[in-house]
Design a protein around this ligand. Sequence first.
Ligand code: ATR
Length: 261
Amino acid sequence: MKKYLVIGNPIEHSLSPKLHNRWIRENNIDAIYDKKQLNESDIEEIVDEVKKGGVDGINVTVPFKKSVIPFLDQLTPLAKEVQSVNTIFKKDNKIIGDNTDIGGFEKGLKYINYNLKNKNVFILGAGGVASSIILALKRLEAAKIILSNRTKKKADDLKKKYTDLEIIDWGETPDFNVIINATSLGLKTDDQIKLNYGDIGSNKLFYDIIYNPSKTKFLSKAEQFGNQIENGKMMFIYQAQLAFRIWHNILPKIDNKLLDL
Ligand code: ATR
């Protein structure tokens, strides 16, 4: 029986096992997908398990998408470009890191028929997932990307790579068409992001990478002010679908029954 894992810390909230095990059953694959909470010091050992064949594939989530990289033999071009890995597999005895967050984000926007071309996008956060979003936005031909992070140094580091990013101070609000919460603020239900909703106006797209809880304060307040809102559920499902294809060579079905789960 093949064995797959999602690693992170915390990991309790992850719905990946539920999703992958459902697709494994549907496709009659002899495999199991589990979750494992780790510390940074355990990463090397778990990657080694893939080398030895005890584990067949790993999904990586918060906060290890970058820290896993030194233990891998190779990165796919996408993972290398954004320096962020969420899917690990073995090929020709090499442990390879890939990134399906980029594709997941793109497909998530396509699902709601949102055309990003020529839009001004404001990203909150500069953690592990921010670089994947920046690359996706560029591929979708956003006109301008503005980014703000509590720790400005991390935003400035991103600008070294993506020189046309506009960095603004945490707490400032620019003019935008789309705002994306790529911070972990909102995972706890009383988390707030300071934004002057009254000044922002209406009819913007508020997108939260968080999918659990399904409506963060960031989204519910935006909705009250007449904006379109979207959580990270579809991005989550699509990144999982793409990871499933990497491991099993099958693109699993996303139907209404699955979406209702
Ligand atoms: P991930 O790799 O999954 O993105 P991360 O690297 O820990 O996780 O990033 C979390 C993001 O949420 C960061 O942008 C972080 O800001 P800092 O770089 O200043 O740490 C942001 N974040 C977390 N808690 C926050 C808070 N209380 N206020 C503002 N930003 C916060």
